[in-house]
Design a protein around this ligand. Sequence first.
Ligand code: TYD
Length: 219
Amino acid sequence: MLPPTAPHPDDAPSRGLFLALEGGDGAGKSTQGRLLRDWFRERGREVVMTHEPGGSALGTQIRQLLLHGDHVAPRAEALLFAADRAHHVETVIRPALHRGDVVITDRYLDSSVAYQGAGRDLDADDEVRSLSLWAVQGLVPDLTIVLDISPELGRARRGAVHDRLEAEPDGFHARVRARFLALAAATPERYLVVDATEDPDQIHDQVVARLETLVGVTP
Ligand code: TYD
């Protein structure tokens, strides 16, 4: 287990709002991200929309290696996702939060716990989580929105196979799904789980209703 890391000095209570969208492939995260971005902008907030892997220039190169390259050993895969995240947080997310912006990221740390920890069956979920927490100096979202979808429906929705992870069998995606739900159940105050089969506008309404209960979010 990695040692705990000291909190980053930028993480003062007055920082912006950090939101993550998580869920299986084909769950509709980008649609919800756009609806949320527009909702905040209509209310005068600056919004940074970003994603993992690949939310920075270096990350774009790491993304290529991870998703479209040859076989990557599971531990190397976990380290590369963590490296992408470390750079993303340092160069994109923390500066935006420091300015007071809303940051919406399509995937974050829980994707590593679910895909590399549970999906790959490394039997090292806690270590994968510690690795990422070390990489980001403990920065976790104010709210993580999990768009819950079955592996079968996710596969049908995303259509043709796009990357190495999407190409994994349904059993892999079932473990990923179960882990997202378990993470949400463990700290419900930091999560909202929504049924990804619902209408996108209805899902957005649920997200907004939850956001309005978060400190610092004015409707
Ligand atoms: P992406 O094209 O962003 O997929 P999606 O539209 O489904 O979000 O590809 C990201 C893929 O990488 C996706 O299959 C999940 C996987 N992934 C991990 O395995 N671990 C991680 O830490 C992250 C961020 C993504």
